[in-house]
Design a protein around this ligand. Structure first.
Ligand code: FAD
Length: 67
């Protein structure tokens, strides 16, 4: 749950930073997109938001919703 929330908060903050910087949030002048791409990688290899929810749901309810 902590990992799921941590990655979600981080990507929301990176998206907010990208919006605040407008076009400068996309260019290489500020490394915001690098953070975004790093976080998209983390979401993929650590397990997506949805899959973490399925795992948490199974732990709480004992029901497997993966299938
Ligand atoms: C930079 C990077 C480094 C990596 N390093 C490693 C490594 O060192 N070792 C290693 O073993 N792997 C590594 N991986 C692989 C990574 O662990 C997998 O990419 C990850 O587990 C997701 O699997 P997948 O790509 O097959 O996507 P899939 O499992 O096919 O998922 C695709 C989509 O389907 C959703 N989904 C998946 N299963 C379900 C389900 N049951 N119900 C509903 N939705 C579902 C996911 O949320 C996602 O949106 C790395 C990946 C990246 C990007």
């Amino acid at each position: 749950m902590a990992k799921r929330n941590n990655v979600d908060m981080a990507i929301h903050i990176a998206r907010e930073a990208r919006q605040i910087h407008g076009a400068m949030g996309i260019t290489n002048e500020y490394p915001i997109m690098r953070h975004m791409m790093n976080l998209e990688s983390v979401i993929t290899y650590e397990g997506t938001h949805d899959v973490h929810l399925l795992i948490t749901g199974m732990d709480i309810t004992g029901e497997n919703a993966f299938k």
